[in-house]
Design a protein around this ligand. Structure first.
Ligand code: HEC
Ligand code: HEC
Ligand code: HEC
Ligand code: HEC
Ligand code: HEC
Ligand code: HEC
Ligand code: HEC
Ligand code: HEC
Ligand code: HEC
Length: 429
């Protein structure tokens, strides 16, 4: 019976879609389901699904309510339109939803007629995820398609209003994963959203840079891990390529493999990743290194050297920048020195990446080239200030000379006027 229902549903949906399969119809298709359900207005169960449907991608593509529910959307009478004999299934059970959606979404030929670029492997991928595996074993508290995409207001994944848009996705996942009641009985924390919300990644994303990862960037949209990585633990290297390459050649690679530690997570964590700085390497209180290394061992020594090198370059750069600022405020042109200073800063940035080789000599080499540039910028700053002093001296001298000339002129004029006065006086006598 079930299979027959499915078959009928299939033919009816395809029949219903068939009318406008190639392109959306110019006028909306007959949809008595919608017309009648709209009468129930704000009724949560009967009216709201119909109201929401206006913003749904399936409606926009000319599909009707029967696409998912079956039945006959041309019959005005509720008994006839919602007739199980016409494939009407009522409210789909949670456990059946992935296959209901995949009915179309895994049908490559059917989907291609609408959008050739759309993937058709969602169900297959979903089957590999913890959600899909648990659902198969009868756990219906996991996410099914409609939990992430919505039910009657499904949008294209790229739309800003979509529940799976990068900025909205965290809340969608958190709907379950931060809900202690919902997650009761599972042995996993419920802090992912709280942690992620405070991370550099989320702050970068919320600042409008969509290059930062959201939940599904690391966990995969549908599958257990995003394409191209064997496990979620390895996902960091897809973006932070150099750090991963350096780590894989570092003295940590082997002990990490032996202890089965995840390469990046051991130091940085996964959800609450914080901004980094030179205080994290070395033997200070907040340094990662002191969690494992003891005074006197090779790691401790290296940590101290790396820290000293980075801090040295950082302060050399600060000095040079201070001089250049001072010269610039006084009106000197320091454009070229600024370029040198920027190159020195590049070296510092590179040295901070080099930290991941956990090799002092490597960091020191990069720092050395940065120090040379910083010294060059520093000299340029000093030269500009010397030049300024010289010009000031010159200006002072010329002011003096001008004052002298003015004074002499004044004396001369006085002298001439006195002469005139004497002549007049003599004349009057
Ligand atoms: C003439 C009005 C009318 C038409 C046409 C109509 N419905 Fe309904 N529908 C109702 C009413 C009233 C209910 C609630 C009572 C019931 O379950 O029969 C309902 C219930 C439902 C339910 C919930 C069933 C449940 O078990 O809770 C679904 C789903 C549904 N309709 C979908 C459809 C679809 C799909 C169509 C078109 C193929 C459709 N309806 C056509 C009036 C209508
Ligand atoms: C893309 C598939 C899809 C389409 C199209 C669709 N529905 Fe649904 N509908 C579902 C799913 C899935 C559920 C069950 C959701 C759940 O688990 O609560 C559902 C539930 C319902 C319910 C029960 C709601 C409740 O709270 O009990 C009604 C009524 C309903 N749909 C009516 C409609 C009407 C009317 C339309 C057309 C305007 C429509 N649906 C179009 C997938 C769809
Ligand atoms: C009757 C076939 C059919 C069924 C059943 C169906 N869909 Fe769709 N779906 C489509 C078509 C056709 C499109 C439009 C593709 C396009 O033109 O971009 C679409 C589009 C989508 C999109 C937008 C894709 C994008 O990013 O552009 C999502 C998300 C989606 N469907 C999810 C679902 C979910 C979830 C369900 C089950 C609750 C479901 N669909 C059931 C046919 C179907
Ligand atoms: C755990 C949440 C989640 C579940 C469950 C889920 N999806 Fe998705 N889906 C996503 C995310 C995230 C995207 C990608 C959004 C993006 O591209 O930014 C996506 C994208 C899509 C797309 C657009 C094309 C693509 O593959 O990128 C379709 C169609 C789709 N999903 C259908 C489905 C169907 C059908 C199911 C059930 C078998 C399903 N989804 C289950 C989260 C989910
Ligand atoms: C409908 C509720 C629900 C939604 C929405 C949901 N999940 Fe889940 N998820 C669960 C449940 C329940 C489990 C099973 C917990 C377990 O494995 O112990 C689970 C398991 C997982 C696991 C495996 C945990 C483990 O190590 O066992 C990951 C990872 C995961 N979800 C990520 C996500 C992401 C990312 C999203 C959003 C794109 C999401 N989930 C949306 C309910 C949900
Ligand atoms: C930067 C990548 C990244 C992002 C972004 C991310 N995760 Fe994770 N997540 C991981 C890694 C790595 C693990 C650990 C996997 C392991 O140990 O196998 C993990 C573990 C999990 C687990 C298993 C339980 C746990 O906490 O260890 C769940 C559930 C989960 N993440 C959900 C989410 C949700 C929900 C979001 C968005 C709010 C999210 N993740 C964002 C990388 C990420
Ligand atoms: C989708 C790409 C992507 C993935 C995957 C990713 N990141 Fe990031 N990460 C970024 C972006 C973008 C930034 C912010 C800009 C920047 O500082 O480079 C960032 C910032 C960081 C920072 C802070 C850098 C700073 O400025 O202090 C650390 C640390 C970091 N990520 C570690 C990780 C770790 C660990 C993982 C894996 C669990 C990971 N990232 C996964 C893209 C990614
Ligand atoms: C043993 C601890 C440790 C491990 C393991 C580690 N990092 Fe780092 N990471 C650091 C330290 C310390 C810094 C700060 C460097 C600085 O600013 O001086 C850092 C900085 C970063 C930054 C900021 C940008 C930069 O390079 O300055 C990113 C991004 C980053 N790490 C990514 C990763 C990735 C990806 C992995 C895994 C391949 C990883 N880290 C593994 C200690 C570690
Ligand atoms: C999770 C523990 C852990 C952390 C954190 C850690 N290390 Fe290590 N490190 C090890 C282990 C284990 C070894 C291999 C055994 C050994 O040589 O001490 C090692 C080896 C090294 C070595 C090679 C030592 C040698 O004599 O050949 C260097 C260098 C090193 N670590 C530097 C660092 C630096 C710098 C940091 C901080 C940014 C750091 N480590 C953080 C565990 C750690």
């Amino acid at each position: 019976m079930r299979t027959r229902c499915r078959l009928v549903l299939f033919f009816l949906t395809v029949g219903a879609c068939g009318l406008g399969a190639q392109s959306p119809p110019s006028s909306p298709p007959t949809n008595t389901c919608l017309d009648c359900h709209l009468i129930f207005e704000d009724d949560e169960h009967l009216g709201v699904p119909a109201q929401l449907f206006a913003g749904d991608i399936h409606a926009a593509r000319g599909l009707t309510c029967a696409a998912c529910h079956g039945g006959d959307p041309r019959e005005e009478d509720s008994d006839k339109s919602m007739d199980p004999a016409k494939g009407f299934i009522g409210v789909p059970k949670r456990a059946d939803i992935p296959r209901l959606c995949a009915h179309c979404h895994s049908d490559a030929v059917f989907m291609r007629s609408y959008n050739p670029r759309l993937r058709t492997d969602q169900l297959a991928q979903y089957g590999t995820s913890v959600h899909g595996q648990r659902l198969r074993r009868g756990d219906t508290r996991v996410a099914v398609c409609s939990d992430c995409h919505g039910i009657h207001d499904i949008r294209p994944a790229s739309a800003t209003l979509s529940r799976v848009h990068p900025l909205r996705l965290p809340q969608t996942c958190a709907g379950c994963h931060s809900d202690r009641e919902h997650m009761k009985g599972y042995e996993i924390p419920t802090d992912q959203w709280d942690e992620y919300r405070a991370s550099v990644h989320y702050r970068t994303l919320a600042g409008g840079d969509l290059a930062a990862p959201t939940c599904a960037t690391c966990h995969g949209n549908h599958g257990a891990a995003p394409p191209g990585v064997a496990s979620v633990e390895r996902v960091c290297g897809t973006c932070h390529v150099f750090q991963e390459q350096l780590f894989d050649q570092s003295p940590h690679k082997q002990p990490w493999d032996m202890m089965e530690l995840a390469s990046c997570l051991t130091c940085h964590g996964n959800h609450g990743i914080q901004p980094t700085g030179d205080f994290l390497v070395g033997t200070g209180e907040e340094a990662f290194c002191i969690n494992c290394h003891l005074e006197g061992d090779g790691g401790w020594e290296t940590a101290e050297k790396i820290h000293a090198a980075l801090v040295g370059l950082d302060s050399a750069l600060a000095d040079a920048a201070g001089l250049l600022d001072q010269a610039e405020r006084a009106g000197m042109d320091v454009g070229e020195a600024r370029l040198v200073q920027a190159n020195a800063r590049e070296s510092l940035i590179k040295a901070r990446v080099d930290v991941h080789a956990f090799n002092a000599a490597r960091v020191e080499e990069t720092v050395e080239s940065g120090l040379e540039l910083a010294a060059e910028a520093h000299q340029a700053g000093e030269a500009a200030l010397d030049e300024l002093a010289f010009r000031r001296k010159g200006l002072g001298l010329s002011l003096l000379a001008i004052a002298f000339v003015v004074f002499s002129l004044w004396l001369l004029i006085r002298h001439i006027e006195r002469g005139k006065e004497e002549i007049i006086y003599k004349h009057e006598q």
